[in-house]
Design a protein around this ligand. Sequence first.
Ligand code: SAM
Length: 306
Amino acid sequence: MTTKIQSAYLAPEGLSEPLLKEIDGVIVVHDRLILSSKPFVNAHWAQNIWKNPVVVSIDSINDAAKKLKSIQRNWGLYSFALHRRAQLIQGKLNSSKPKPMLFPTPLPSQGTGGSWCLLDENTLLASADCSSPFSNGEPSFIEDKDGPPNRAYLKLYEALALAGKTPVEGEFCIDVGGSPGGWAWAIQKCGAEVLSIDRSPLDEKILNLKGVSFEKRDAFSLLPAEFIEKGQSVDWLFSDVICYPEKLYDWLSIWIDSGICKNFICTIKLKGEPEMAIIKKFAAIPDSKVIHLFHNKNELTFFKLG
Ligand SMILES: C[S@@+](CC[C@H](N)C(=O)[O-])C[C@H]1O[C@@H](n2cnc3c(N)ncnc32)[C@H](O)[C@@H]1O
């Protein structure tokens, strides 16, 4: 390979197309891994960004392991070919295998550090610096099969793990598009008070939890003025409403401009071809970021943390 690889991007399953549209200088695509000749950009659709990849020549499995270890200790493998050879090298690295995490959990202990892959039998690509603290951008949590009414809580677990903080006791949260209550369950588990809003009912089991309340109404009729009048500050605004991104953007802007809420985590639901213009509008909100979570499907997640 003659062109210098300057960055690499791992696409979420089935979502290489929107990611490819965000990246310049594409050299080659290996399954879900896109190699680029340009320095990395914070692509919204990437599951993991390899920020400083280096090409390393190797002459054996032991040599590969030795060279990787000389760069750093913890490595996650992305294997798209020569799987057995790649696994044998990975096995020699003694990188701790990521274990399912208990939520909430602090991030630093979870980091795999770098990512690597075999480009051919005698060449590997390794990036010590990656955007995701999780191996291949895939967090794994210990699941609760009894408490929550669905698996949507895993998406919030991931978002809060990446946020590096959670709602805590004494905080007030709003959860729009909250039914049947997976997110409300996770917020309540953190000890905070949560008001869920949805046009569909909340699961009765969730409604009966201490600190959970529910209003059946249109999420977009809920405006900061209601809370300002009551003298009630809002610590977190969560949204998982299925709606056009433009509608969410306009409503969210009112909340952000009001200044009464500190933290926002909202999913941006997309249909078919993602419209980059609206994604860029969300991303242009000061102190925000828009990323694709492992637990997101055809949607992105907006974060603005106080
Ligand atoms: C993906 S589900 C939410 C799942 C939820 N986060 C959980 O953890 O269980 C989307 C929800 O948005 C709600 N929704 C869609 N449009 C709405 C609107 N205008 N106002 C309130 N809720 C709405 C739907 O009723 C649905 O329950």
